[in-house]
Design a protein around this ligand. Structure first.
Ligand code: HAS
Ligand code: HEM
Ligand code: CU
Length: 573
């Protein structure tokens, strides 16, 4: 069952069997590389959770051989989980989906080239990370200085993702030319909007790394301006969280309803949400810099309001995702105001993973609104509250969704049957429980003033930490690390057993679970609703996004350029 929305035309060849099989292999490579990175990253997490439980394991000789310090471990954890895992998975996922949706034939040489380039960037960056020459945390704020090899590897990785973006946009434009007057099918719409958002978002990081950090780390400049670097970093650093989230939203909108036995709510509304993300994701980065000096308060306030605005498409998503789940459950005989929830197919690990990911995101999103409020920010900024926040956003909403997706994607790509669906189901409940406990313990400690990025369990800080009398939240945090460790073992057992099994089923047994919509967008633009017509021109929306970014960043960055400070680098760990 090809989910293709359009017949191939002479101008635009469709997918043939050989290309499809190469594309499936490529998607598998992206996804497996991603999950290998996550596996290593996640092994370090429980050690950090123990630290926030007051237990210091970093002096054990065996561990010392592998990592030199808490901060080398934390850098590896942040980079592998948040930067490598996400980017690899997303690059495969958001190439595969629009290609299948449009049924167009991509240039597979180019597609494989981008994968190899991204992997080369990863391996390059990995060397200094592993030798403790780039212990700069995943935000690499200067004046912390790492080896130039790290920045170069990271730049190559990001550049590769932009090439994937280019390929998808190119294919979409070719499809548009071959099908004038047609409405872009919704899965493609979501993918292209996300890629275009990422292109606008990535500009800040590209400028930071190429213009500031690489020349500085090579010793070509006598210093670097930390404030300017941070500002460029958060230009990308906030929208990067939507680059992690929107591919999960694609699954919640387009596939989860079908997996739950129902339909997507509205294609028009889905398009509106993604159009809003395209325009409003980027101009909000100052909400990470409320505490930074030499940035005018008025600009911080403007970024704050824009942050509240970009929460709106997530609220749209919350309601339409809930509506489609309710539609599914009622179709299965569900009754009552809340009682219908029981009729969702809770035996299905893929569905369960995603619904639990959504539940975690209710709390993750609410915490985000707290962070964004300038009145609350001084209470939570740089405390353990913040890791609490992002482990139930990127660490669960995104990661648990991708885990759930793997339960159908791997069988779909390889034709192999999911090994032990019951273990798969157990793993997602363990992950969800572990992360909710982790979030509870860390938010709690943060409110008590425990800092983030601190080896609080080490002797130097232990006395202060003990004196805070946080027995319960510390115990909860330590326990969550153990629960998450079990979750990871269960999940990877299923994943490796599935991938390594020899038995190949009918590859058509697991199709892409594309959902129908209760309210579809229609196929012909001229007949479509005003909402559908106005959200169609994605390039114009990208231009609007760029203009908005320049408006709210220009006046912030200009004084930093005229007042550039040359600060020499430091290596602390
Ligand atoms: Fe955040 C810091 C504000 C979303 C990730 N965030 C971080 C950091 C990370 C991160 C990694 O304003 C740390 C960076 C660092 O190292 O310093 N965040 C927000 C806001 C949102 C938000 C306003 N964050 C995310 C997402 C992330 C992520 C998404 C990753 C994927 N965040 C901040 C701020 C900071 C911050 C400040 C800086 C803090 C500081 O002081 O340093 C919003 O986008 C959230 C909107 C979300 C919602 C929730 C919608 C709910 C849905 C689920 C519905 C569920 C259903 C289930 C239907 C309004 C869609 C039904 C269930 C049944 C059973 C039927
Ligand atoms: C930081 C634990 C999984 C991304 C942390 C911290 C802890 C932790 C305790 C805070 C360290 C500190 O501030 O000093 C865990 C555990 C995990 C896990 C127990 C599960 C086994 C994940 C996943 C992701 C992730 C799946 C993302 C996909 C991050 C990031 C940081 C972090 C980006 C911030 C690093 C920094 O501050 O530089 N983790 N984590 N973690 N974690 Fe996790
Ligand atoms: Cu942000």
């Amino acid at each position: 069952a090809l989910p293709s929305q359009s017949a191939p035309s002479a101008a635009l060849p469709g997918l043939d069997a050989a290309t499809l099989s190469s594309l499936k292999k490529l998607t598998q490579y992206y996804a497996v590389t991603a999950f290998v990175a996550l596996m290593i990253g996640v092994l370090l997490g429980p050690l950090q959770a123990l630290n926030y439980g007051g237990i210091n394991v970093y002096d054990y000789p065996l561990l010392k051989v592998l990592i030199k310090s808490y901060y080398q471990g934390l850098t590896l954890h942040g980079v592998l989980n948040a930067l490598v895992f996400t980017q690899f998975f997303i690059s495969g996922w958001m190439l595969y989906l629009p290609v299948r949706d449009l049924n167009v034939r991509p240039n597979m040489r180019f597609a494989w080239f981008t994968y190899l380039m991204m992997t080369a960037g990863l391996l390059t960056a990995a060397v200094p990370l592993l030798t403790n020459d780039a212990t700069v945390l995943y935000t690499f704020y200067p004046p912390l200085e790492g080896s130039p090899v790290f920045y170069i590897g990271a730049a190559v990785m990001v550049a590769a993702s932009l090439l994937v973006a280019g390929q998808v946009v190119w294919l979409w434009l070719a499809w548009k030319r071959a099908h004038p007057g047609r409405v872009t099918p919704v899965v493609t719409y979501m993918s292209v909007a996300t890629w275009l958002m990422w292109v606008v978002a990535a500009l800040g990081l590209v400028i930071e790394v190429v213009v500031l950090l690489i020349p500085w780390s090579l010793g070509l400049t006598r210093g670097v301006d930390p404030l300017l670097a941070r500002t460029l970093f958060w230009w990308t650093g906030h929208p990067i969280v939507y680059f992690w989230l929107l591919p999960a939203y694609i699954s919640w909108y387009a596939f989860l309803p079908r997996q739950a036995g129902g339909r997507m709510a509205s294609e028009g509304l889905t398009r509106l949400a993604f159009a809003m993300f395209l325009v409003f994701s980027v101009p909000v980065g100052l909400h990470h810099q409320y505490a930074d000096p030499n940035v005018q308060n008025s600009w911080k306030i403007i970024h704050m309001f824009l942050t509240f605005l970009v929460a709106v498409p997530s609220l749209l998503t919350a309601f339409s995702a809930a509506a489609s789940l309710e539609d599914a459950a009622r179709a299965r005989g569900g009754r009552g105001l809340i009682g219908w929830v029981r009729r969702l197919p809770w035996g299905n690990a893929s569905m369960t993973a995603q619904v639990l990911a959504m539940v975690s995101f209710i709390f993750g999103g609410a915490g985000g609104i707290v962070n964004a409020s300038m009145a609350f920010s001084p209470v939570v900024h740089n405390t353990a509250w913040i890791p609490g926040h992002f482990h139930i956003t990127v660490g669960t909403a995104t990661t648990l969704t991708f885990m759930g997706v793997m339960f159908w994607l791997v069988p779909h790509l390889t034709g192999k049957r999911l090994a032990s669906p019951r273990t798969a189901l157990a793993s997602v409940w363990w992950w969800f429980t572990g992360m909710m406990l982790f979030a509870l313990g860390m938010h709690w400690q943060g409110l008590a003033g425990v800092p983030r990025r601190a080896q609080v369990s080490a002797s130097a800080q232990q006395a202060v930490y003990d004196a805070m009398h946080l027995g319960l939240p510390k115990a909860i945090t330590a326990a969550s690390g153990i629960v998450l460790f079990v979750a990871a073992i269960l999940f990877y057992t299923v994943l490796w057993r599935t991938l390594l099994s020899r038995r190949v089923d009918d590859p058509e047994r697991t199709p892409i679970p594309t959902s129908e919509a209760i309210s579809p967008a229609g196929e012909v633009l001229a007949d479509a609703s005003p909402l559908v017509r106005r959200t169609e021109p994605l390039l114009a929306l990208t231009f609007a996004a760029l203009v908005l970014v320049i408006l709210v960043y220009g006046p912030v960055i200009a004084p930093m350029l005229t007042n550039y400070q040359f600060i020499p680098g430091q290596r602390l760990w």
